[in-house]
Design a protein around this ligand. Sequence first.
Ligand code: ADP
Ligand code: ADP
Length: 225
Amino acid sequence: TPALLVKDVSFGYPDGRRALAGIDLRVEHGERVALLGPNGAGKSTLVLHLNGVLGGGEGLIEVAGLGVTKRNLREIRRRVGVVFQDPDDQLFMPTVAEDVAFGPRNFGVPEPEVAGKVAAALAAVAMTEHAERSPLHLSGGQRRRVALATVLACDPDILVLDEPSANLEPVARRELAELLLTLNRAMLMVSHDLPFALQLCPRGVLIDEGKVVADGPTADLLGDT
Ligand code: ADP
Ligand code: ADP
């Protein structure tokens, strides 16, 4: 089974026209895919469907074989690790370690195992030495990495990253790219930073008006846009 399977998904907001019009997408375990397209193409709407935030609509979505349905929402939210564009939407505890522990605790990981999950996630984003600091006192790049750790600690089958390089200085942006490349995990990355998408994602999917209009090597797609 693939990490993510999206089959013929359509959706319209109650007050608007169809934001998704028959999307098909398959992402294998370990594969990194850039989700590209102009403003209003439907990228955010698709992301909101992947973890069941937006219900309704037609079609099928499966994460590692489990269907996104109302009944499965809790497990789906663990399996789909969404890293928002603004880390401040994700960090709200007094320390980095508590923020990273929040997800595993919430998903029922037994307390003796939580510390190990936190340590592994912080090591994966090179933030071990900042575990006891307040997220408020970190740089933008460090906050982005902690937000990523909060999601990694839950062992997701796929990471969904919304504009991961936005508002980062060049050094922080390069560090994040290097770090993401070491994670052996499926990723779907919404990005307008084309060099970043090209560096990280061998495959690109271009969507427009709620449809996949191109799917192939990212370098080929960028030539078309
Ligand atoms: P993208 O993320 O690619 O910019 P969106 O998914 O935000 O695209 O938008 C897709 C379409 O859905 C656009 O036509 C947009 O105006 C519309 N849309 C997005 N969010 C809402 C909403 N909350 N209510 C009504 N229409 C929306
Ligand atoms: P992004 O850059 O992530 O695509 P947008 O600027 O398209 O973000 O949208 C920002 C927010 O506004 C989203 O939560 C989206 O759902 C909402 N939104 C977008 N278009 C509309 C719309 N036509 N009506 C209502 N809300 C919208």
